[in-house]
Design a protein around this ligand. Structure first.
Ligand code: CLF
Ligand code: SF4
Length: 297
């Protein structure tokens, strides 16, 4: 898979289980759920559950303070030697709570400098935070881009936080798309490896994702992860999607194939929880649920 990559890039992804399909057999990631708030609304999200940007909706993570998160990372790292990456992916948006997120990343960087730092965001607050992310050494950033056309975006995101007030409809989608593109531009310029997640919603953006993929290529995005909508009532997914169904595996494969010529395509995503621990598809989280021993900081 990685044969055509420059040596420098290969080195940066070789132990990242999401960025490298080979790595996911050998290396583990861990999420710390330090980000409770969100600055937009997605129709497929219902806030009581983890952010569906990157993490399986319908499962609530226990929210951690930055200090708890840092303790937990050090504790898990001691016991899971294949741990290579720590990510912040919810349960809300990592950059809607920038202080909590940055405090956590900074602590991990200081106490466990060998761990790679990763972050997933809807991108609304990305442009203003790119410098801080780079200073903290976060070289792997995921942005969820479901549309590059405000008309499509407005059917997915009913509102986004604007300067001083909420924006609705196409104005909201337009702002979100602009911020995402500017954030991605700055990240790529600074040498970050940018991954984009797109949630495939049948009847809303299935045909449009081809256009999204084309735009991403022009923006220098490294990896595209097209994830299926999860729409199970028992998971609390509702909303303005008029009972939209999940795509079938064949539909998902077809859209991935149609988009795959533009940007390297991720096909091994497991839609992790915002507090997942272990290799992809594995959840060691419960093993680390008891109170950790006092850290030796
Ligand atoms: Fe986590 Fe995401 Fe970083 Fe991976 S997950 S923040 S890039 S370390 Fe990976 Fe999980 Fe899929 Fe995300 S399998 S949901 S793509
Ligand atoms: Fe929910 Fe995540 Fe969307 Fe925010 S970005 S509304 S937390 S799915």
């Amino acid at each position: 898979e990685a044969d055509d990559l420059p040596e420098g890039v290969r080195r940066r992804i070789q132990d990242h289980p999401c960025y490298s399909e080979q790595a996911h057999h050998h290396f583990a990631r861990m999420h710390v759920a330090v980000a409770p708030a969100c600055n937009i609304q997605c129709h497929y999200c219902n806030r009581k559950y983890d952010c569906a940007n990157e993490s399986r909706p319908g499962v609530v993570s226990r929210r951690l303070t930055p200090a708890e998160a840092i303790d937990r990372v050090l504790w898990v790292a001691e016991q899971v030697p294949e741990l290579s990456v720590v990510g912040i992916a919810g349960p809300g948006d990592a950059l809607a709570n920038p202080e909590r997120t940055f405090q956590t990343l900074e602590g991990i960087r200081r106490h466990a400098p060998d761990l790679k730092l990763c972050l997933s965001t809807n991108g609304l607050a990305l442009p203003e935070h790119v410098d801080t992310l780079m200073e903290l050494g976060v070289e792997h950033v995921t942005v969820t881009v479901n549309a590059v056309d405000p008309e499509v975006g407005a059917r997915i995101h009913p509102w986004v936080r604007g300067p001083g007030c909420r924006l609705h409809g196409e104005a909201a989608a337009e702002r979100l798309i602009r911020q995402q593109q500017e954030g991605i531009r700055r990240l790529v310029e600074r040498g970050a490896l940018v991954k984009v997640n797109s949630v495939l919603i049948p009847g809303i953006n299935d045909r449009h994702l081809r256009e999204v993929a084309r735009a991403l290529r022009g923006q220098g995005v490294f990896l595209h992860n097209i994830m299926p909508l999860i729409a199970r009532p028992e998971h609390g997914t509702r909303f303005g999607l008029d009972g939209r169904r999940e795509p079938t595996p064949a539909e998902l494969a077809a859209v991935r194939d149609a988009c795959g010529g533009d940007v390297r395509m991720m096909r091994h995503c497991r839609q992790c929880r915002a507090d997942a621990v272990g290799r992809l598809g594995e959840d060691l989280g419960p093993r680390f649920e008891r109170e950790p021993p006092p850290p030796a900081l």
